[in-house]
Design a protein around this ligand. Structure first.
Ligand code: SF4
Length: 396
């Protein structure tokens, strides 16, 4: 028996190829895309403008299925978080952040993450597997339906609950490149979600070769988790830096801007008390990014027990931000959202069946370095959207 294909993960070309295999003309692929992504329909029988024979083929050969919802929590501030079951003991998280003039969905690309940033609890859980394209797109499909996007009345009013999508949840999207690329193409397709490239942001810890690939294949807005102004410190906070040091990363950012839909890179910078938040760090940072048009998003660290890390005091964060602003860089300070449902920065965790034995390796390393190893744990700092341009550091 041939394999059942999940249509959520097929972009226009992929769907057209499948339709051809089923003896259908290319316009059937566009019809299917609109049913699935714009109307949120999963029941082929309800797709009444498709020929009955074709619907029978679809029922035998395909499906439209999002992962099961394990938990659905809504914060007092309107932030909503879903925990989705992606099988074999793994669960991922997706977060919707409504604002006055837009709604952003933060989606995951991996169950866990292998980058192992010092301050991140997603990394702390280790890595299980890459999500497939349909599992990435399913997060948007599910959230859109849950927020009423398939409702004809809502469509008639032109309302779009999700205006922006950010690849900033669990995982490093550029270490799951093929699936991320397929998902991006679906998000941008006018027959699917029709999002503009400026409203889709991929966040990376700095996978340099893949930044170049993304520039060539599907340039969307880019955010880079920077967190440190020099290699010695970044090696410690973002271990991937040992492979792709800052000089290479900054050069990749400049190359990316040649084709980017926005004329700046967003640098994410978690504020860690006494670690990366001094006047000297700000001066170093300004020197580092002097040739990269950029804006900064400062993220107050959300501490957790035994992390060995603390959040920078508010005055320190404001002073740091002001140094950047005074040098002409648009800088925002991220406002915590959804912390009552553990959806704030530093709290996305999901469930991961770690195949990397990270906990054992960490315990061994801690044993070697002594019980008071300063590396501690990591706290999830999944990056978040929502920035405003301002001459003052703004809270987002
Ligand atoms: S901050 Fe991002 S890249 Fe680093 S461990 Fe967490 S999810 Fe992975």
């Amino acid at each position: 028996m041939s394999e059942i294909v999940d249509l959520l993960g097929l972009d226009a070309d992929g769907l057209a190829r499948r339709c051809a295999d089923w003896g259908q003309k290319p316009f059937r692929a566009r019809q299917l895309m609109r049913w699935i992504h714009q109307r949120g329909e999963h029941d082929f029988e309800a797709m009444t403008d498709l020929a009955r024979d074709f619907r029978e083929v679809l029922k035998r050969s395909a499906r439209v299925a999002a992962p099961a919802v394990i938990a659905d929590n809504v914060s007092a501030d309107g932030t909503r978080k879903w925990l989705l079951d992606v099988g074999a003991g793994n669960a991922i998280e997706t977060v919707y952040i409504p604002e006055a003039d837009r709604g952003a969905l933060c989606i995951s690309t991996q169950a866990g993450c292998a980058v192992n940033c010092l301050f991140c609890s997603t990394g702390k859980q280790g890595f299980s597997r890459n999500l497939e394209a349909h599992e990435i797109v399913a997060q948007l499909w599910h959230a859109s339906r849950a927020l009423g996007a398939g409702d004809p009345a809502q469509r008639a009013r032109g309302e779009r609950p999700i205006t922006n999508v950010v690849f900033m949840g669990m995982g490093e999207p550029l270490q799951n490149y093929a699936a991320t690329l397929a998902a991006l193409r679906i998000l941008l397709d006018d027959n699917a979600y029709g999002l503009s490239r400026r409203r889709v942001t991929v966040s990376t810890s700095g996978v340099v070769p893949m930044i170049d690939r993304l520039r060539d294949d599907c340039p969307v807005a880019l955010a880079v988790s920077l967190h440190a102004p020099d290699d010695a410190l970044r090696d410690r906070l973002v271990p991937l830096n040992r492979k792709y040091p800052l000089t290479e990363l900054m050069a990749a950012c400049r190359r990316y801007l040649e084709r980017a839909p926005r004329d700046f890179i967003t640098f994410e910078y978690v504020m860690l008390d006494g670690v990366n938040d001094t006047d000297r760090h700000a001066v170093q940072l300004l020197a580092l990014v002097r040739d990269v048009p950029c804006k900064f998003n400062l993220i107050p660290f959300n501490p957790f027990p035994n992390s060995g890390l603390r959040r920078s005091p508010p005055d320190r964060i404001r002073r740091f931000a002001q140094q950047l602003v005074d040098a002409g860089i648009v800088t925002t300070i991220r406002r915590t959202r959804g912390d009552d449902i553990d959806a704030a920065c530093g709290q996305l965790a999901g469930e991961v069946q770690d195949r990397t034995r990270l906990a054992q390796r960490s315990a061994r390393a801690a044993g070697n370095a002594g019980a008071a190893a300063t590396t501690g744990g990591r706290v999830a700092q999944p990056k978040r959207p929502a920035d405003r341009r301002t001459r003052q550091p703004a809270e987002t």
